[in-house]
Design a protein around this ligand. Structure first.
Ligand code: PEP
Ligand code: MN
Length: 370
């Protein structure tokens, strides 16, 4: 997949890339006032505002629509910031292009629908415009990657992902659980794809924006998209999670930016030595897992001979509890140890079930031949 560098399509003053602006464009005055303050802060590279808003319930503010696009155009021409907005269908695309929107983004509620994403991609055939794809609402990495591929397959190369957290039944202080392992896995599978974090929709609460921004930087993300309003409490959508341009400036200014690579020679040598130890430890873990699996298989055969099920819940429960306890005595996080042994035990039961099924299939095969 061919992906352009961020710096090929947006000029970034200073690391990280910062996109900011209100959740929704509400009035011409609101848009211009926010954009001016953001520009003056010297920390912002592009201006965002929602024109068409996907709201959970009807009869709430669903965006100003088409009238807002000329306000955005004024931001671009008079304030001097590139502009970006969400498009959710082919007609949004047509109108956004007509009003010289610089960058488009696909919202989380659209990414979940392959038909909608394909329609948008088709509407952009042959157009050289950057597209940022938010993760789908549900924690489905393949669906996120699929949406990005729909643009890439049409030859678009100015692409980025936006991590805005995932809606789950789990109770949390966040509005949308960040589940950092998902964007990190996306980075591993699509290493050239820039990833921008949207702390506003993850946090849902302005008090948490700063800590989410720092976590995004620690996970080597390339940029931030932060909802910003001059009077956040009066915002017509997502009021609780918006910050003022001044607060945003302070948040960006106080981020600790670490390098992913490029320490000095002593550091690099020490790191290499420690990593060699980790490699050895991992090899030993794998050899032990192999040995453990041989025992599991032996037990499987004997369970088969004695007509016993592969799974004994009481044994599983005992293993989980005992290993979590042992682990915590060693200073390991209990949940971490539980998760590992859950995977180990589930695979053991799967292997034993397979042994039993293979054995039965072998017996009936033999019978058929007789
Ligand atoms: C937004 O950015 O205002 C928005 C609607 O985001 P999401 O698609 O992530 O919910
Ligand atoms: Mn919003």
């Amino acid at each position: 997949m061919k992906i352009d560098k961020l710096s090929n399509w947006i000029s970034i003053k200073d690391r990280p890339l910062v996109i900011a602006g209100p959740c929704s464009a509400e009035s011409e005055e609101q848009v211009i006032a926010i954009a001016k303050e953001l520009k003056e802060s010297g920390k912002v590279d592009a201006f965002r505002a929602g024109i068409w808003k996907p709201r959970t319930r009807p009869n709430t503010f669903e965006g100003v629509g088409l009238v807002g696009l000329p306000w955005m155009k004024r931001v671009k021409e008079e304030v001097g910031l590139p502009i970006t907005t969400e498009v959710a269908n082919a007609s949004h695309v047509e109108l956004a292009l007509k009003h010289d929107v610089d960058i488009l983004w696909i919202g989380a509620r659209t990414t979940v629908s392959p038909f909608a994403v394909q329609e948008i991609a088709e509407a952009l055939r042959g157009v050289d415009i950057p597209v940022m794809v938010k993760n789908p609402i549900n924690a489905d990495l393949a669906l996120w990657m699929g949406a990005i591929e729909r643009f890439s397959h049409l030859g678009m190369t100015k692409l980025a992902a936006i991590h805005r957290g995932f809606s789950t039944a789990e109770k949390s202080k966040y509005r949308n659980l960040p589940i950092w392992s998902i964007p990190i896995e996306l980075k591993r599978l699509m290493p050239d794809l820039p990833i921008i974090c949207d702390p506003s929709h993850i946090a849902g609460d302005r008090e948490l924006i700063s800590e989410v921004c720092q976590k995004a930087m620690d996970a080597s993300m390339d940029g931030l998209m932060v909802e910003t309003h001059i009077t956040p409490d009066k915002a017509l959508s997502d009021a609780k999670q918006q910050v003022t341009p001044m607060t945003l400036r302070n948040i960006i200014g106080s981020l600790s930016l670490r390098n992913e690579q490029g320490g000095n020679k002593t550091f690099d040598e020490a790191l290499q030595k420690l990593r060699a130890k980790i490699d050895d430890a991992d090899r030993e873990i794998l050899e032990l897992l192999h040995m453990r699996m041989n025992i599991v298989n032996e037990i499987g055969l004997s369970k088969k001979e004695n007509n016993i099920t592969p799974l004994q819940i009481s044994r599983m429960d005992a293993v989980m509890k005992n290993r979590a306890e042992l682990g915590s005595k060693l200073g390991l996080d209990e949940k971490y140890v539980e998760d590992i042994f859950h995977v180990i035990h589930t695979e053991s039961v799967r292997q034993q079930t397979k042994i039993m099924n293979d054995f039965d299939a072998g017996v009936s095969d033999k019978k058929d031949k007789e």
